[in-house]
Write a protein that binds this ligand. Structure first.
Ligand code: 13P
Ligand code: SF4
Length: 354
C-alpha cells in the first residue's frame, strides 16, 4: 500500500528530532511503509545480535513482534528503553507455550525419569518466561538461522532435546540437518494429560517436540508446492523452516528470512522462484528483483499476511516517534529482572554457538 505522504513527512521529522536518541529495528516481515524508517533490518537472529549495537540510543523502537522486543530488552543495558509501536503485536506461536504448561511438562519428564538428560532448546519465538525456563534448565535459544548448531550443541550436553514451541522447525532441523528419523521425534500436546505420551514413548524419543506452529507458515501445503511447479515450469521452491515437514521435503531450498534474501540476491537473472514465507517480504523481494528479470511468486496466494506483524503500521510508528520526541514514554517493553537474568543466560548460549 502506498504510504500517506503526510505521515511519511511526520515520521521523518520526528525521527530527525530524536536523532541519535532513537534506534529503529525492523524485522523483514514488516510493511514497506515501516521498513523504510528502520536503521537496521534483519531476521530474528540478526536483530537480537544488533539490538545492542547503539548503546548511546535511549530508545530502541522495535518494529516486529512482542517476543523480539522482549529479547532486545534482555540483551541491552538498563538505560536503553525498548518500545513496541503496538502492544497488541504478539505471535500466535509464542502464545502456544505458557510458563504453566512448560512447568507441567518438566514435571512429566521428571516423573518419566528423564528430566536430567533432557536439554531444552527454545525457538526465539517464545515469551521471556519460556526463555527463562530454558536458561534455568541448561538449555539454549535458537532461531531459524542457527537451529542446526543449537541442536548439535544440545546433543553434546544431553541425550534428549525438548524443542519448543515450533514443532515444524524442530522436526525439520532434526530430520534434514541432523539425520534423525521421524520416529525419533514425539509430539508433546500440552492440552492432554502427560502430553498425550506414555513414559516409555518419552524415554525412547530423541526429540520431544512441543505441539506449536506458526499460523501463517502452517498454511502452505504439499498442494501449494505441486501447484506452483505446474503453473511455473522450472521454478525453484524456497521456503522457511516453519513450514510443515512435507512442504520442506518437497521444496528445493529451506532457510530463514535472511537466507531467503541472500539466495535471491545471488540468483541468476532469468530464474524463477516461489517463496513460502510471509507476504510483506515476498512482495518486497518481487518488486526489488523485477528489474533484474528474476521472477518471484508467492508460494500460495490463499495464504495471508502475518496479522500481528502487520499491526505495526505507519500511523503507529508516527505516534510512537512523535510521542518519544515530545518526551512521552509509551509502550515500553520491560522484562522483570529474575526472568530477564535466566532468559539472558539462554540467549547468550545462542550468541556463543560456534
Ligand atoms: P526469521 O526472521 O528468523 O527467519 O523468523 C521468522 C519469523 O517467523 C519471525 O516471526
Ligand atoms: Fe509468529 Fe508466524 Fe507471525 Fe512469525 S510469522 S510472528 S511465527 S505468527
Amino acid at each position: 500500500s502506498p504510504s500517506d505522504p503526510d505521515l511519511v513527512a511526520r515520521a521523518r521529522a520526528a525521527k530527525e528530532k530524536l536523532g541519535e536518541k532513537v534506534f529503529v529495528l525492523g524485522h523483514h516481515y514488516q510493511r514497506d511503509e515501516v521498513i523504510q524508517f528502520a536503521d537496521v533490518t534483519g531476521d530474528s537472529f540478526k536483530l537480537a545480535r544488533d539490538a545492542a549495537a547503539r548503546p548511546g540510543a535511549e530508545y530502541i523502537v522495535f518494529c516486529g513482534v512482542h517476543f523480539m522486543a522482549e529479547s532486545a530488552d534482555i540483551l541491552t543495558g538498563d538505560d536503553q528503553k525498548v518500545v513496541l509501536p503496538d502492544l497488541a503485536a504478539g505471535c500466535s506461536m509464542a502464545d502456544m507455550a505458557t510458563a504453566e504448561q512448560v512447568a507441567e511438562c518438566w514435571d512429566v519428564l521428571t516423573d518419566a525419569g528423564i528430566a536430567e538428560r533432557v536439554v531444552p532448546v527454545s525457538y526465539m519465538n517464545s515469551s521471556a518466561d519460556i526463555k527463562a525456563f530454558t536458561g534455568k534448565h541448561g538449555g539454549t535459544i535458537c532461531t531459524s538461522s542457527n537451529a542446526e548448531r543449537a541442536l548439535n550443541w544440545a546433543f553434546e550436553q544431553g541425550e534428549q532435546v525438548l524443542f519448543l514451541p515450533d514443532q515444524h522447525l524442530g522436526r525439520n532441523t532434526a530430520v534434514r540437518d541432523l539425520g534423525l528419523s521421524l520416529e525419533d521425534c514425539v509430539l508433546y500436546n500440552p492440552h492432554k494429560p502427560n502430553g498425550g505420551l506414555t513414559a516409555e514413548e518419552l524415554r525412547n524419543a530423541k526429540m520431544i517436540l512441543w505441539r506449536g506452529h506458526c499460523s501463517v507458515h502452517g498454511r502452505f501445503s504439499l498442494d501449494s508446492v505441486n501447484d506452483v511447479r505446474e503453473r511455473v515450469p522450472g521454478v525453484n521452491v524456497l521456503v522457511h523452516p516453519e513450514c510443515k515437514h512435507e512442504v520442506v521435503s518437497a521444496a528445493d531450498y529451506v532457510g530463514s528470512t535472511e537466507y531467503i534474501i541472500k539466495m535471491l540476491e545471488e540468483a541468476p537473472s532469468g530464474s524463477k522462484w516461489a517463496i513460502g514465507t510471509e507476504l510483506n517480504l515476498v512482495q518486497r523481494l518481487a518488486n526489488r528483483f523485477a528489474a533484474d528479470d528474476k521472477e518471484i511468486v508467492f508460494l500460495d496466494k490463499t495464504v495471508c499476511f502475518c496479522s500481528t506483524m502487520n499491526r505495526i503500521d505507519l500511523p503507529h510508528l508516527v505516534w510512537t516517534l512523535e510521542s518519544l520526541a515530545e518526551g512521552k514514554e509509551i509502550n515500553r517493553i520491560q522484562v522483570e529482572k529474575e526472568t530477564a537474568d535466566f532468559a539472558q543466560l539462554a540467549l547468550e548460549r545462542m550468541l556463543a554457538l560456534p
